[in-house]
Design a protein around this ligand. Structure first.
Ligand SMILES: C[S@@+](CC[C@H](N)C(=O)[O-])C[C@H]1O[C@@H](n2cnc3c(N)ncnc32)[C@H](O)[C@@H]1O
Length: 437
């Protein structure tokens, strides 16, 4: 039996054979953890402290994966899901759990991961930055397209769940779904549509990803005739594994996003933080109690943190391996009137190497999910900046890297959850480290 859409409903029955399991807590991935006869079960769509009947989906070496078929005694935090596609669509894992419990469970997972993988004791958990809204927070969405359907992959297979709306996406991105669906048929072998929305400008940049080049005239006419005027730029892209390659672009290649007193130019191929409801608080959490003579921001993107940080010290350098992001960042330094910041295109390793032997008061890190490279950590610990602020979107790689940093003489002063992705299992955080006296 496939997953059901009515998982918010505790009376769901199944004909499959089930096990009665008591859920202790959530674990990374959005599963509930239960133990039965010395075996660990990871149970999808369960909530902490509830009793469920679950069907085993897959036996693994050390544990089994299971799915709730009937909630026998529901958790106090269980609620009806917010979205009609929940339980089928793979985008969200925690909609059936009250938001405050989602935050508490993510904090527990973060601390447990730092203890287990990072071997860190007595982690000082600081107040979380919660999302300003549980829904409507995403300004970037990557839709999948297959067999005329537009939506997201099912959680259990690579089939696209056709959607009319997505509650976590910004309301204006939802307004765009219908016109985007009209573009599917004319474009051959269309696989994905990526949307970036600027709430400040009410503008969209849209990328179409397909293995076969789109005829330029076709994309021009889709932009003019099917898409609303707020779609100011569209591009034709191919994908090679994780890398998107642009074939051509029509219209404006960037938009502008205001965050508090700062304005950022964001190009179609640059990164920008997804959740607009916490941007300003996130920046304040990174630059609180910061002062420096010289700092570097090693994964600076368009300067999201670098520019606000530059107000707190004498001189800061930002670097990023993405040339589009660096060119946006340079532009952003100018429009925000910052003359004590310099941006360079460089990967983190090369930038650190070029600054070997320099006295650095602060290094800011915000690497991709894979975390830091081993050689980056080696250079960092040789250089020994006074403070390190590590922003992470993956608690496992964070824990691995913090372990090395603490071993080499840093003290982890505190860690803070930043709930960038409500309704999903993803965990963003900021860690504050200081070199041991
Ligand atoms: C999670 S984003 C953060 C960007 C920025 N701090 C922000 O908040 O908008 C990670 C950034 O790291 C960059 N990046 C990925 N691998 C890198 C590397 N090895 N060296 C430097 N930058 C890298 C990406 O281009 C991306 O801009």
């Amino acid at each position: 039996m496939k997953s059901s859409q009515s998982l918010g409903n505790p009376s769901l029955e199944s004909k499959e054979e089930t096990l009665r399991l008591s859920i202790e807590k959530l674990v990374y991935g959005g599963y509930g953890l239960a133990r039965h006869r010395d075996k660990v079960y990871l149970v999808r769509f369960s909530a902490p402290k509830e009793l469920v009947d679950a069907e085993v989906i897959e036996e693994k070496k050390d544990y089994a994966e299971a799915q709730v078929r009937k909630v026998v005694i529901p958790s106090n935090s269980r609620r009806s899901a917010l979205c009609p596609y929940y339980g089928v669509c793979g985008g969200c894992q925690l909609q059936h759990i009250e938001y405050t419990t989602q935050v508490e469970e993510k904090e527990n997972i973060l601390v447990e991961t730092l203890e287990r993988i990072g071997k860190l004791k007595d982690v000082n958990l600081l107040d979380p930055i919660t999302s300003g809204q549980e829904v409507g927070y995403r300004i970037r969405v990557q839709f999948k397209v297959k067999n005329g359907r537009l939506g997201f992959f099912r959680w259990d297979e690579h089939e696209v769940v056709d959607i009319e709306e997505c509650p976590v996406a910004h309301r204006r991105i939802n307004d765009l779904i219908k016109p985007l669906k009209e573009c599917i048929r004319p474009i051959k072998e269309l696989q994905e549509i990526h949307v970036l929305y600027s709430p400040s400008k009410d503008e969209f940049l849209v990328k179409f990803i397909t293995p076969t080049q789109i005829e330029r005239g076709l994309l021009e006419s889709l932009k003019e005739e099917l898409l609303p005027p707020e779609v100011v730029g569209v591009g034709d892209y191919s994908r090679l594994r994780t890398v998107l390659n642009r074939r051509f672009w029509i219209g404006k290649e960037y938009t502008f996003v205001d965050v508090g007193p700062w304005t950022y130019r964001v190009s179609a191929d640059s990164f920008f933080q997804v959740n607009w409801t916490l941007w300003e608080r996130f920046i304040e959490a990174v630059r609180q109690n910061v002062s420096f003579r010289k700092a570097i921001d090693l994964h600076c993107g368009v300067g999201f943190f670098t520019i606000p940080l530059s107000e707190r010290g004498n001189f800061i350098e930002g670097s990023d391996s993405n040339p589009h992001a660096v060119s946006d960042a340079e532009y952003n330094a100018k429009i925000n009137g910052r003359d004590n910041v310099v941006f360079v295109r460089s990967d983190a390793y090369r930038h650190l190497k070029s600054r070997g032997g320099e006295v650095l008061d602060l290094v800011v890190l915000d690497p991709p999910r894979s975390g830091l490279e081993k050689n980056e950590i080696e250079l960092l610990t040789k250089n020994k900046p006074e403070r390190i602020i590590y922003i992470s979107c993956n608690p496992s790689t964070l824990a691995r890297d913090l372990r090395q940093l603490v071993k080499s003489g840093y003290v982890l002063e505190g860690v803070r959850l930043v709930d960038m992705f409500p309704q999903t299992y993803h965990i963003e955080s900021v860690s504050y480290l200081r070199v041991q006296e």
